[in-house]
Design a protein. Structure first.
Length: 284
C-alpha cells in the first residue's frame, strides 16, 4: 500500500508494482492523539477517491475513513461518509481507532448496506491500533464480514506507553495478535516499511518479520518516497521502480524460505502416510 491522493504519483506507484493506493480521509481525533509527533495527517477527500480511482488500471483503492462518529463540525456521519466513499469508487474501506465490538459491527453493516445500494463489492479492513481492540480481538474476529485486518503499530505503541513502535515485534504482543488472526484465516498486515536499507530498523529486517508471522500486507511509508519533499516525477518514478523491485526480490527470497519448511512437512506427511498404509496392509 502507498498513501497518496496525487493521480500522477498513483500511476507511478501502480506501474512500479504497488497493489493498493491508500486514500486517507481520517482526521477526527487524530491531532489530539498524535499532536506534536512527526506523523502523517493527510485529510484526503471524497474527490480524491474519484481522482485516484480514475488514475488506476488494476490497483485497488483503499480508503481509510474516520472512526465511527456522528456529524462532526458539519462533516457527515460515519454512515454517510462510508456511503460517499463507496459511491466514489473505494474498493476497500478501512476503519481506524476503534475500541468496541459494536463499532466494528456498525462499520461492517454500513459497508455492506452501501455496497448493496451501489451494486459494488467493497471489502472491509480493520485497523487494529488500540489496546481495547487488542483485548477484544477474539470477539472482533467473530464479527461476520471482516475481510482483513491491519495492525497499526504507531498508535498501538503510543497507547501502550512504548518508546519505539517495533517493540511490538519483540515483546510477543504482535505475535499473539497475528496468531489469533491467522487461526481465523483472515488476511492481515502490520505497520509500514521504508526502503530496505535505511532507518533505525532497516526495512529488510521488518519485511522478513512479515513472512515469519504470515502477514500479506504492508504500507510503503513516507520515508520510502516523501512526495511532499521530492516533487520531480522522474525522480519519484526512479525511487519507486528501484525500491519496489528490491522489495519484490526480497519477498521472493523470504517466500522460498517459507516454502522450504512447508514443502518438507508435506513430504514428511506423504511418506509417513505411505508407511502407515504399508503397515496396515501387512496386518491384513
Amino acid at each position: 500500500m502507498y498513501i497518496t491522493n496525487d493521480p500522477a504519483v498513483t500511476q507511478i506507484a501502480e506501474n512500479a508494482g504497488v497493489n493498493w493506493i491508500f486514500v486517507d480521509m481520517e482526521f477526527i481525533g487524530k491531532d489530539d492523539r498524535q499532536g506534536g509527533l512527526d506523523t502523517v495527517q493527510n485529510h484526503h477527500t471524497i474527490e480524491d477517491i474519484r481522482n485516484v480511482k480514475a488514475a488506476v488500471k488494476k490497483a485497488k483503492v483503499l480508503v481509510r475513513v474516520n472512526p465511527i462518529h456522528k456529524v462532526h463540525n458539519g462533516y457527515f456521519d460515519s454512515k454517510d461518509e462510508i456511503d460517499a466513499a463507496v459511491e466514489a469508487g473505494a474498493d476497500i474501506l478501512m476503519l481506524p481507532f476503534f475500541h468496541t465490538v459494536q463499532e466494528v459491527t456498525d462499520f461492517v453493516g454500513f459497508v455492506k448496506n452501501s455496497s448493496k445500494k451501489h451494486s459494488r463489492e467493497v471489502k472491509t479492513c480493520l485497523l487494529l491500533e488500540t489496546p481495547e481492540a487488542a483485548i477484544l480481538l477474539d470477539e472482533i474476529l467473530n464479527v461476520s464480514g471482516v475481510d482483513m485486518i491491519h495492525i497499526g503499530l504507531n498508535d498501538l505503541h503510543l497507547a501502550m506507553g512504548m518508546k519505539f513502535m517495533f517493540q511490538l515485534l519483540t515483546d510477543g504482543i504482535l505475535e499473539q495478535l497475528t496468531r489469533k488472526i491467522r487461526a481465523k484465516g483472515i488476511p492481515f498486515g502490520f505497520g509500514g516499511i521504508a526502503s530496505l536499507h535505511s532507518g533505525a530498523l532497516p526495512g529488510s529486517y521488518v519485511l522478513k518479520e512479515h513472512y515469519r508471522l504470515g502477514s500479506s500486507m504492508v504500507i510503503v511509508g513516507r520515508s520510502f518516497c516523501n512526495t511532499k519533499v521530492i516533487t520531480d516525477l522522474d525522480e519519484i518514478r526512479r525511487i519507486f521502480n528501484t525500491g519496489i523491485a528490491e522489495i519484490r526480490k526480497l519477498e521472493d527470497e523470504a517466500q522460498r524460505a517459507v516454502d522450504y519448511f512447508k514443502n518438507n512437512h508435506e513430504h514428511v506427511v506423504e511418506i509417513v502416510d505411505k508407511i502407515v498404509e504399508e503397515i496396515n496392509n501387512k496386518k491384513q
